[in-house]
Write a protein that binds this ligand. Structure first.
Ligand code: ARG
Length: 293
């Protein structure tokens, strides 16, 4: 037992010396999740989905449960929204809205198949005491909105309309920075960027450069010169679709290269296998909606 601890401490110190990485500290997290009781793939709205491929709902639930239990083990406060029959994508809670400073900006989905999820999530937010703002513009919640420090990074190109970026800026009073996504496989911002540390002054992200157009890349490069650049291979298993508390980073178990990069930067990656939910085009972060009071 003590040998294991010593080895871990040693490699951690080594990593810090090698990269000059600051000591990472976890922040408490509160999240909303939705058990995939009705998960299946019956329509195709992203390149990952193929209704002809069989899905295994029981396996999806079991894999999701591991993610849920991992969060609980990390001390996160995990809330659950009831899954609705006929809304197979409801498991991807990140798309249910954007919750910042106690304000819940609702989602308005691009595709008709997911439209009913918007009101379902807004009902939950209302019941939980959040100040709900009904959206006028098309947006898919935290799938395309990532809070990094005091700024909200906002994706567009496939789902959320750029007009929703202005709406979110108005509602939250925060700076919203538009980023253009160009690869249909990385159709939501949270498939192309991972927020590793969101504390103001400590901002740290990872991203897949080829998922963005040139002007957006310039912005990212300039704002986050120490960002981790992730390989195509790791992004292809939705490795970037991860969730970090500032120290522990829950990632796709198959993203081996990203896992190494995270360790070298002083983080503690925790791999989980969500292969079944990958059939719907989602991973760790997609199943996670952060609630910020
Ligand atoms: N099947 C869902 C869709 O295409 C997957 C959503 C993934 N969610 C995310 N936050 N990236 O809308």
């Amino acid at each position: 037992m003590s040998t294991v601890t010593e080895t871990q401490t040693e490699s951690r110190t080594e990593a810090e010396t090698r990269t000059g990485a600051t000591r990472r500290t976890p922040s408490p997290k509160t999240v909303l999740m939705c058990r995939p009781e009705h998960f299946t793939v019956v329509y195709q709205i992203n390149p990952w989905m193929d209704p002809a491929k069989p899905t295994d709902t029981a396996l999806a639930v079991a894999q999701w449960q591991t993610l849920h239990d991992t969060y609980v083990g990390l001390g996160f406060e995990v809330h659950l929204i009831d899954p609705v029959e006929g809304l197979p994508d409801m498991v991807y809670a990140a798309n249910g809205g954007t919750v910042i400073d106690g304000i819940a900006y609702g989602a308005r989905f691009t595709h008709e198949q997911r439209a009913a999820e918007g009101p379902a999530y807004m009902d939950w937010f209302r019941g939980a005491g959040f100040d709900v703002r009904e959206p006028e513009e098309v947006n898919e919640g935290e799938g395309d909105f990532l809070l990094v420090g005091d700024v909200i990074l906002a994706g567009t190109g496939f789902r959320s309309d750029a007009s929703s970026h202005a709406e979110l800026a108005r509602i939250t009073g925060r700076d919203v920075l538009t980023l253009n996504l160009v690869n249909p496989s990385f159709y939501h911002l949270d498939t192309a960027i991972a927020v590793l540390d969101s504390r103001p002054g400590q901002e740290h992200i990872a991203y897949l450069p080829s998922a963005f157009d040139e002007p957006s890349l310039e912005v990212l490069h300039e704002r986050y010169p120490d960002a981790i650049l992730v390989s195509e291979e790791d992004a292809a298993v939705l490795g970037l679709n991860s969730y970090s508390d500032g120290l522990n980073v829950v990632i796709a178990a198959r993203a081996a290269g990203f896992e190494r990069q995270l360790r070298d930067a002083g983080y503690q990656p925790i791999g989980v296998d969500l292969s079944e939910l990958l059939l719907g085009g989602g991973g760790v972060k997609c199943c996670t909606l952060e609630l910020r009071r």
